[in-house]
Ligand binder design. Structure first.
Ligand code: HEM
Length: 505
């Protein structure tokens, strides 16, 4: 809070406060008679005070109000856990709720003009090209090979720890594995951060995590623009970390461009990675490509790794679920004995994965309680009334809350907070899809997660290999495991586990 003593702070703060009061008065004057608004549950200062346990705080409010408002200096923030409202903002009136300039400005320093930050034509264009790439057989086959290769590498590391009875910090290993996977699939570049000890890669990954946390902090820090202007505190740090990111990514892109220019084939058409596809379609605009790269990194690295880490945490907490899923993997892969992890991963075929319904349900149940994107904000573009009869105004921030929604009794029943993969099966034992407006981990509507199938494929291959080969226990049962508040839901401080071999001589 050193900026409080800065000479510019008082005048700028007074001006902002006056502006805010004028806006609040105008906003209230403008309201048409007869409209009703969601209850006010607090202010963004309460969010700041509860920052380290933000999702607990917001879950409590969601249980009390379903949909509520928080007062911000410049707008109301509406938070909903009501599936009818969620369907309305994500699908029925999709055009009226987007990233808007508010999200754009908050996210731009980290994510630039990538798919996560833009609306309209810019979004449509990236969505179209990326959707095409994600649906090709070429990408599917290429990604399966990479997931298997990286899962085998991870299994080797876990095996060494199991043999020597060492403790493993599994979230960190998963972050490295998924980073390696997404880099190779998206950019055709092998980082090998899991086995290698490249200092540059480590600095990049740390800078990425810090930037992600500081970017989210902007949503509750009403002074961030002043701090950015003065280049102090969290904003000075963000500037430093995004510089590290940019240097790393620009180097990667320029190397690829040079490779492609030197290559006699001269074309990207033979390369399966996403960067090559974009290079073909959009030419050599490094900044545009940088934005796409960082958006795919944030989409593909943290989400799947964090989900797998929470999944392993759940398996340690619920050993019966772990044994049931491991038995399913053993049967589906017809495993008798494991002598090499490279051999074992080749038994995790598409056909075997199809049979792993319980594993699929256990991963989905993990996402219900620990969604990788815990809260997702949209901006309302024009005055509107939600299906629950309450109004929202142009400029209000309207967010749906996957984390809070996963814990609502009115959505999932009295056992909402229990980890129970069985809830995903119908009476015939078939996996039942839930409405994406109730189970919102992947968003819904036209902007539904583009990598959903890709993510399940990766998570199922990794977890089938880990569960097929090892049994896991928490290193310290008594240690409190909770999240770190950032864009994605990471386990704070990682997850320490012990691994034990299965089916070995
Ligand atoms: C457990 C894994 C994942 C979860 C829970 C997840 C969840 C989400 C959510 C909630 C959004 C909406 C975010 C927003 O409003 O900006 C989203 C969007 C997106 N996701 Fe995922 N995601 C996962 C993995 C992936 C992976 C592996 C990729 C690709 C490699 C991916 C690619 C994308 C893209 C490109 C978008 C933007 C879609 C658009 O705006 O049109 N996701 N994802």
């Amino acid at each position: 809070m050193e900026f409080l003593s800065h000479p510019c702070f008082l005048p700028v703060f007074s001006a902002a406060l006056t502006l805010w009061m004028v806006k609040v008065v105008l906003r209230n004057l403008k309201r048409r008679h007869g409209k009703k608004y969601h209850p006010i549950a607090g202010t963004v200062f309460n969010q700041m005070l509860n920052f380290n346990r933000l999702h607990h705080y917001m879950t409590r409010l969601a249980a009390k109000y379903r949909t509520y408002r928080l007062i911000n200096l410049f707008r109301y923030e509406v938070y909903t856990a009501d599936p009818c409202n969620v369907e309305y903002i994500l699908k029925t009136n999709f055009e009226n709720y987007g990233k808007g300039l508010y999200n754009y400005h908050n996210l731009k320093d980290l994510l630039g003009d990538g798919i996560f930050t833009v609306d309209g034509e810019k979004w449509r264009e990236q969505r179209k090209i990326s959707s095409h790439e994600f649906s090709t057989k070429m990408l599917r086959d290429f990604s399966i090979l990479i997931f298997r290769k990286n899962a085998a590498k991870l299994a080797n590391i876990v095996s060494e720890a199991a043999t020597s009875n060492d403790t493993l910090e599994i979230q960190d290993l998963l972050m490295k594995s998924t980073m390696d996977s997404i880099f190779q699939v998206a950019f055709g570049t092998e980082l090998d951060s899991l086995c290698g000890s490249s200092q540059e890669e480590k600095i990049f990954a740390d800078a990425f995590d810090t930037s992600s946390a500081l970017t989210l902090y902007r949503y509750v820090d009403v002074f961030w623009k002043i701090k950015k202007f003065l280049n102090i505190g969290s904003e000075a740090k963000l500037r430093k970390t995004t510089k590290i990111l940019n240097e790393f990514v620009f180097k990667l892109i320029n190397t690829r461009i040079q490779q492609m220019q030197i290559s006699q084939e001269g074309s990207a058409s033979k390369r399966g990675d996403i960067l090559s596809r974009f290079l073909q379609v959009k030419g050599y605009d490094s900044t545009y490509l940088r934005d796409i790269i960082l958006n795919f990194v944030i989409a593909g690295k943290d989400t799947t790794a964090a989900t797998l880490a929470w999944f392993i945490y759940m398996l340690c907490k619920y050993p019966a679920v772990q044994e049931k899923a491991a038995k399913e993997v053993k049967e589906a892969t017809s495993t008798k004995k494991i002598s090499s992890y490279t051999d074992f991963v080749s038994s995790v075929t598409d056909e075997a994965l199809e049979k792993m319904n319980y594993l699929h349900a256990a991963i989905t149940e993990t996402l219900r309680l620990y969604p990788a994107v815990p809260v997702d904000a949209k901006i309302c573009f024009s005055d509107d009334t939600l299906p629950d009869g309450y109004s929202v105004n142009k400029g209000d921030m309207v967010s749906y809350q996957p984390y809070a929604m996963g814990r609502m009794k009115f959505i999932w029943g009295d056992d909402a907070e229990d980890f129970r993969p069985e809830r995903w099966f119908d009476d015939n034992g078939t996996f039942k899809q839930e409405s994406p407006f109730k189970f919102t981990a992947f968003q819904a509507g036209p902007r539904i997660c583009l990598g959903k199938e890709f993510a399940y494929r990766q998570m199922k291959i990794f977890s089938a290999v880990l569960l097929g080969c090892f049994r896991f226990e928490l290193n310290d049962e008594k240690k409190n495991v909770t999240y770190k508040t950032m864009i994605n839901l990471h386990i704070d401080g990682g997850l320490e586990i012990k691994a034990f071999h299965r089916y070995r001589d």
